[in-house]
Design a protein around this ligand. Structure first.
Ligand SMILES: *[C@@H]1O[C@H](CO)[C@@H](O)[C@H](O)[C@H]1NC(C)=O
Ligand SMILES: *[C@@H]1O[C@H](CO)[C@@H](O)[C@H](O)[C@H]1NC(C)=O
Ligand SMILES: *[C@@H]1O[C@H](CO)[C@@H](O)[C@H](O)[C@H]1NC(C)=O
Ligand SMILES: *[C@@H]1O[C@H](CO)[C@@H](O)[C@H](O)[C@H]1NC(C)=O
Ligand SMILES: *[C@@H]1O[C@H](CO)[C@@H](O)[C@H](O)[C@H]1NC(C)=O
Length: 467
């Protein structure tokens, strides 16, 4: 059951890349997208079979294991028949009562995906803001079943996204999406849903790959900005023609976004994946250690502590700068709502003989896939830091009700959607001329439309409660 029958199974490079030994890195034949989070599959077995990359231990750490598909092989033999029905009449009534009770806040993070025959609000052809690599259906993805699932929280119902309500709630507001490419992915989903009722104007763009952009909805005077800052803190990203490792300064926020804090009413933070790449970490002007950068003989450390520090520095800076009214003479000194979107797991399977490395076409059942390992650990750090920031906000007089911190906890619902990624359909028609020697797969970002739309449904419920 759990034993791979094909000895060459798991030949993919995606996991190897995550813990990148130097020698292997040099062998990577293609330019990676900025995220460096894609997976490359070789059909002929051009790499010597190494030990199974199913699990990887980080250096100097016995307790932390990166596992991407520990339950995949075993789960394939235990299909869904055991799933219990969650919606009989009496439980539905109970949910309603629970949901109607305003004292109770529903926990949207736990639940299951249930099939649903309602089409998404938009499609990738009608929405102008979808990145090419996320246009799954136009790129030839043959199945559409992944579009017909609805997230059903255990204790309540999650209403379908209502673009009218959302835009009313953010009238005259400026919302910044900050962080890595998942921030972009989520904002694009949001813009697609909002633009079904009102057309935004792209009013600013800058940077390679348009990493900095701003849209404005004249109908509601609402602005949405995108800030590329995958570490949140100051640093230099690894690149194909520069250093192969990231350099991060864990105690300094990235001024590229921080200088604009005064203009924002809401901040949505998304980060994590870039911390898995080789990195050198600085703190207090000194090197704290490095991850998979062997040549300088730094202390090898894993990325959990740096990730925590980067987030803490970020949330503290937001508090400090809002308290001092923002630097650089920013006039808007309104309060701000800070939303930390929790880690979005990747779904690289490593099946060497399949077209996609995330080839599933249906969600996992709840019992089929546990939240564990690295995904669980990163989420935990994020939840803990949000709690600490909330406390700080409550402790500082003058901050109460002025800065709100909340986690948008999508880790579990995202974990259960291995079917929601572009996989090989990040590029148009990858198999139009037969199966090529290698296919690049994206099992990190989400198809639009797709499960990431649900993140924004929960986002809307959060801001409804805040109103
Ligand atoms: C309905 O749900 C309740 C609570 O979950 C359960 O106790 C009951 O057995 C269910 N009834 C049926 C007919 O499934
Ligand atoms: C998208 O929607 C438009 C209008 O509803 C429709 O004409 C088109 O076929 C759809 N495209 C896809 C790829 O589903
Ligand atoms: C439009 O929204 C911005 C914030 O994004 C605000 O500063 C400005 O005052 C608003 N304009 C009007 C006319 O309300
Ligand atoms: C790292 O350690 C190795 C082995 O001790 C040594 O040969 C090498 O010079 C060291 N490199 C640096 C940059 O100090
Ligand atoms: C908030 O204040 C309480 C009581 O003064 C203190 O115990 C706690 O450590 C403070 N928390 C933070 C995050 O500053």
């Amino acid at each position: 059951m759990g034993i791979a029958t094909n000895p060459f199974k798991d030949q993919s490079l995606c996991l190897i890349k995550r813990i990148l030994p130097l020698t292997l890195y040099a062998l990577l034949p293609i330019a990676l997208l900025p995220t460096a989070l894609l997976c490359l599959h070789f059909y002929p077995l051009s790499f010597p079979p190494s030990s199974s990359p199913q699990t990887h231990h980080l250096p100097h750490s016995n307790s932390i294991t990166i596992t991407y598909h520990s339950s995949l092989s075993s789960s394939s033999s235990s299909p869904s028949s055991s799933r219990s029905s969650t919606t009989n009449s009496s439980s539905t009534e109970k949910e309603k009562a629970y949901y109607d009770d305003e004292e109770n806040q529903c926990d949207y993070s736990n639940g299951e995906w249930v099939s649903d025959n309602i089409s998404p609000l938009y499609n990738a052809t009608t929405c102008g803001t979808v990145k090419e690599t996320e246009k799954c259906t136009p790129n030839g993805r043959p199945d559409s079943g992944y579009l017909y699932w609805r997230w059903k929280p255990s204790q309540c119902n999650l209403p379908r996204f209502d673009p009218n309500i959302f835009l009313q709630l953010v009238r005259n507001k400026h919302i910044a999406f900050l962080g890595d490419s998942l921030a972009r992915n989520q904002l694009e989903s949001l813009l697609c849903m909002l633009s079904t009722i009102s057309t935004p104007n792209l009013v600013y763009r800058n940077g390679e790959d348009n990493k900095f952009r701003r849209w404005h909805f004249p109908s509601h005077n609402s602005s949405f900005s995108l800030y590329w800052s995958p570490f949140l803190v100051q640093g230099v990203e690894r690149s194909n023609n520069g250093q192969y490792y990231n350099t991060m300064y864990l105690d300094h926020v990235n001024e590229r976004w921080a200088r604009d804090i005064g203009n924002w009413d809401m901040i949505v933070i998304s980060f994590g994946h870039w911390f898995l790449l080789p990195s050198i970490y600085y703190e207090g002007g000194k090197i704290l250690g490095s991850l998979n950068v062997a040549e300088f003989n730094h202390t090898q450390i894993d990325f959990y502590d740096p990730l925590r520090k980067a987030l803490r520095t970020t949330l503290n800076s937001i508090i400090e700068r809002k308290l001092t009214g923002g630097r650089n003479g920013n006039s808007n000194n309104n309060g701000v709502d800070v939303i930390v979107k929790t880690f979005s797991p990747a779904h690289f399977e490593g099946d060497w003989d399949k077209a996609g490395t995330c080839s599933m076409t249906r969600p996992y059942k709840e019992e089929e896939k546990k939240l564990e390992g690295m995904d669980a650990e990163i989420r935990k750090i994020e939840m803990e830091e949000v709690t600490i920031a909330k406390e700080k906000g409550n402790n500082e007089s003058g901050l109460l009700g002025f800065i709100r911190f909340e986690a948008l906890d999508v880790t579990k619902l995202a974990l259960l959607r291995p079917d929601g990624h572009a996989g090989p359909y990040m590029y148009p028609f990858p198999f139009s001329e037969g199966v090529p020697e290698h296919v690049q797969n994206d099992c990190v970002h989400w198809c639009l439309p797709g499960p990431i739309d649900t993140w924004n449904e929960i986002f809307l419920e959060m801001i409804k409660k805040w109103k």
